[in-house]
Ligand binder design. Structure first.
Ligand SMILES: [Mg+2]
Length: 231
């Protein structure tokens, strides 16, 4: 029996490309730092820095840029040039300025679902950046509500569901992150669809595999209608 009446979508790397932009910028950081350390060392240093700083800055481009700067200063033993720091800042800003690249099939999937389901968008990160992307997407009218949170865990989902009178067992959450989009919603008794993106941010990676009777896997959002028919 299909009891699902609410479908919630993640945004970054679920509705549009995001992580590839961050990875491209990181590659340039490794090049800039190649005079001081190997790619592997710079990468490890930067990842540790991001993990440490995410507690202070949250997720998003601003924290990412500050972490690149802090890493560059430490890796170069405080000798990195102002020219290189300036390039790092510009690289960060280039992510904020990038055109939004929406995945094929997103709009038609939302169009098809809207008459039959309550649709929500739940994304995490920097509020201004996320709001700008939602606006650029022109997808807002499909959603009952678009919500930006700082972290996606059981508590935040519980709060969002409570606030909007959503029964967790009637929710289907769709996203590219097992850690942020799938596991917390399954823990609350909801359903979850994983649509992997070809790259995953290091802080979203988990070791475990998910085996659950309310867990589904799709290769692309364009296959969504088929999945719903099979539920
Ligand atoms: Mg995502």
């Amino acid at each position: 029996m299909n009891k699902i009446n609410t479908i919630a979508f993640d945004a970054d790397d679920t509705l549009w490309h995001t992580e590839q932009l961050f990875q491209n910028v990181q590659m340039r950081l490794y090049e800039l730092m190649s005079a001081y350390a190997s790619k592997r060392e710079v990468e490890a240093h930067f990842h540790d820095m991001e993990m440490k700083n995410v507690r202070l800055f949250g997720y998003g481009v601003k924290g990412f840029t500050l972490s690149m700067i802090e890493s560059a200063i430490e890796i170069s033993n405080r000798t990195v040039s102002a020219t290189d720091i300036h390039e790092i800042v510009m690289l960060g800003k280039s992510i904020l300025d990038s055109p939004l690249d929406i995945f094929p099939g997103v709009e038609s999937a939302l169009q098809n679902l809207q008459p039959d389901f309550r649709l929500f968008l739940i994304t995490k990160g920097d509020v201004l950046d996320q709001r700008n992307k939602i606006e650029k997407s022109n997808l807002e009218p499909y959603f009952e509500k678009t919500i930006v949170v700082q972290e996606k865990n059981v508590e935040t989902y519980r709060q969002v569901f409570d606030e909007h009178g959503i029964e967790p067992t009637q929710v289907l959450m769709v996203g590219n992150s097992l850690k942020s989009d799938v596991l917390p919603v399954l823990a609350l008794g909801g359903h979850a669809v994983h649509i992997p993106y070809h790259v995953t941010a290091h802080f979203e990676k988990i070791e475990e595999t998910v085996d659950h009777n309310k867990f589904y896997h799709l290769d692309a959002i364009s296959d969504f209608a088929g999945l719903l028919r099979s539920l």
